[in-house]
Design a protein around this ligand. Structure first.
Ligand SMILES: [Zn+2]
Length: 448
């Protein structure tokens, strides 16, 4: 689907690609933004339009987060979510971490190598409340940025977000919970997520990982053990069989019994990043509903969907059915905003060359998406991609996978299609295991 804005850039309902093409051909609309594709109607205001509330669904992940813009429809079976737009936001937590490590090393070298002694200054610094490590902070900002951008592009009234892996409260008092819990199936998924987290995704008896794990009753039911989570652990099928109807203590593992009695701390169950996202969304003034990963997984299994970031996002929350899960997915990769470094360093840490202070060269910035028309030479023809500027005015152009498609293109041949906004865009491959947008695209971020 295509996002649609009115003449004052306020969001309208998204329309189909075919309709967008017709509107553009008839001159009733202008292209507002290429990624995600958005048109602006020149003759319409939002008051004259029929809006249905949309929901943004987010599944925050450590490397990438899935986003889905859906239209919610109420039906007898429950809420049905029709996907209108799917995207995956790739975070750069690893890269941020690596850069911070490099910076710390360079500072250490400077402190010790060629300066006189200087008293340490670490102790007079304090971290503000809610401080997150920069790598996590960048993830939070990525999600909040895209929530805000989608709210500008579509009439989103609610955000459904997966906040926790499982619901601690409902695990304690399953009888007070909703009808799905009493049916027992969803409860099973919550319990499983809880156990995986608590027992570190390994067999409690032999420590085996990467094997199918079964829920094991520490005191067997035949010996009066209960189904409560405090009586459950994870075991590989071999250990489970070997244990038979003995208790864990009789099986030679009293420590399992002791560990089971201690409940998993809330802090471990719900991580700080997700709470930061939640509070950030609340500050935007949007209705935020939080759900658990156990429910996401239950929904996904129930609908028989493959595991992608986007299907997980679609399955967040209270939903009876989803449509459009296999729409094309927009890949969004966070690139950062360049470096503050004034020089490069060689392998031995010595400065090498100078980096220019200004980012803009003849009105172009590294990361801008450009269309270039080259009249002659090796790269004759038309190229569209991300520009990498040089002070000489001869630019490189890279495609969305970070591969260089043209080199040394004169700035007069280039025209900006979309200004750099901190992200690069491309089509997301379907299979989650196959390589997605190559990190090479981050070359654009190293901008001057
Ligand atoms: Zn085992």
């Amino acid at each position: 689907m295509v996002f649609v804005l009115d003449r004052f850039k306020r969001p309208l309902m998204p329309c189909s690609e075919k309709r967008a093409r017709l509107l553009l051909e008839r001159g009733r609309a202008r292209v507002h933004r290429l990624y995600p594709f958005t048109i602006r109607l020149v003759d319409r205001v939002v008051q004259a339009s029929d809006l249905q509330p949309l929901v943004l669904k987010v599944d925050p992940g450590s490397r990438a987060s899935g986003c889905a813009v859906v239209r919610e429809e109420t039906s007898p079976e429950g809420p049905v979510h029709h996907a209108l737009h799917l995207a995956v936001v790739h975070h750069r937590g690893q890269e941020v971490r690596e850069r911070m490590r490099q910076r710390a090393q360079h500072r250490r070298r400077r402190r010790s190598a060629n300066l006189r002694h200087r008293p340490r200054r670490f102790d007079n610094r304090r971290r503000p409340d809610g401080w997150l490590p920069p790598s996590l902070h960048s993830r939070v900002r990525n999600i909040l940025t895209w929530a805000r951008r989608y709210m500008r592009l579509a009439p989103i009234t609610r955000v459904d977000i997966e906040l926790a892996k499982f619901d601690t409260q409902k695990l304690q008092n399953p009888e007070i919970s909703g009808v799905e819990y009493q049916r027992g199936e969803l409860f099973g998924y919550e319990v499983r997520e809880y156990l995986l987290e608590k027992w570190g995704r390994r067999c409690a008896y032999c420590g085996a990982t990467d094997v199918p794990l079964e829920a094991d009753h520490i005191v067997p039911k035949s010996r009066g053990g209960t189904d409560r989570v405090s009586n459950l652990t994870l075991a590989c099928s071999a250990c489970n069989r070997a244990k038979g109807d003995r208790t864990a203590e009789e099986f030679g593992h009293p420590e399992v019994q002791a560990r089971a009695a201690a409940p998993l701390r809330d802090a471990a169950a719900v991580n700080a990043t997700r709470w930061a996202v939640y509070h950030g969304l609340r500050r935007m003034g949007v209705d935020v509903r939080t759900w658990t990963g156990g429910r996401t997984k239950w929904n996904r299994k129930r609908f028989g969907l493959p595991k992608f970031h986007t299907t997980d996002a679609l399955c967040v929350g209270d939903v009876a059915r989803v449509t459009g899960w296999n729409l094309p997915v927009l890949g969004i990769r966070a690139l950062g905003r360049g470096r503050r470094r004034r020089t490069n360093l060689d392998a031995h840490g010595f400065p090498r060359g100078f980096l220019p202070r200004r980012k803009s060269v003849f009105g172009f910035r590294t990361g801008d998406m450009v269309a270039a028309w080259v009249p002659a030479g090796k790269y004759a023809g038309r190229h569209v991609g991300v520009v990498h500027v040089r002070s000489s005015g001869r630019f490189d152009i890279k495609n969305s996978h970070g591969r260089r498609v043209a080199q040394g293109i004169h700035w007069r041949c280039c025209r900006v299609v979309q200004r750099f906004d901190g992200y690069s865009y491309g089509k997301e491959d379907a299979a989650p295991s196959s390589p997605r947008l190559k990190p090479g695209a981050s070359g654009a971020a190293k901008g001057r």
